[in-house]
Write a protein that binds this ligand. Sequence first.
Ligand code: PAF
Length: 287
Amino acid sequence: MKLIHTIAGLQTVLAQEKGAKKSIGFVPTMGALHPGHIELVKRAVAGNDVSVVSIFVNPNQFNNPDDLLNYPRTLAADCERLEAAAADIAFVPEVEEIYPEPDRRRFHFGSLETVMEGRFRPGHFNGVAQVVSRLFDIVKPDRAYFGEKDFQQLAIVRALVEQLALGIEIVACPIVREEGGLAMSSRNARLTATQRERAACIFKTLSESDALRGSLSVRALEQWVVSRINAVAGLEVEYFDIVDGCTLQPLNGWADTNCPVGCIAVYAGDVRLIDNIVYGKNPVSIF
Ligand code: PAF
């Protein structure tokens, strides 16, 4: 695997590959790689001639400075994992390489960005769009791989690709879970053993809620999920919204959509966890 830190270095290698008509699969990450990331990498390796994985903790998408400061950074272990997954290139730029000047671009995603994560993390998706569009412009991949855990991010990235007419295929990959059901996340590394054990109730509750759809209204089911999780010591739900899987708009009733998705953000101490359930379809992807 090639470890490359500069855009010029990466583009020299990619120019050769593209000249030889090789397809490029791209996995953008912020590092602290876990098996969920590695699934994305394996898909990129299997589906393309050349796989590129970026590791870049994007300061522009952190609305909370402490979250940025505490974000786990594990480059040596990440490179070992990427080698083992047969990735071809790890692209690990410095902040100045990605943002030689402050990025003042403002993206607009309409109602996709005003709900859920967008509501609780103002500016977050603009920062995601800035870095993803910048990385897409540098790598110019044929395909890019994103996890369904970040359900709203996936919708935003698809909208970005459409708005900018980038012609990149966005491949959505199912959530990878720990043994107890907790969705894999780089932030899980910051959980204590007790928090990790308790956080398993997030997926358990989401799964159980699927069976109650027939007997509870959307609002009542939202309340049921929130109160079940809040009843666990040390967990606090920030939001749980049942939305349409395409528009991400909250449902008033089950008849509003044929693809209801429950999206949740929960604090375990100061660690913020997100997860979701595609009702009636989990674990099958809707994308
Ligand atoms: O999902 C992530 O890890 C990040 O939001 C991404 C897509 C790598 C952009 O920084």
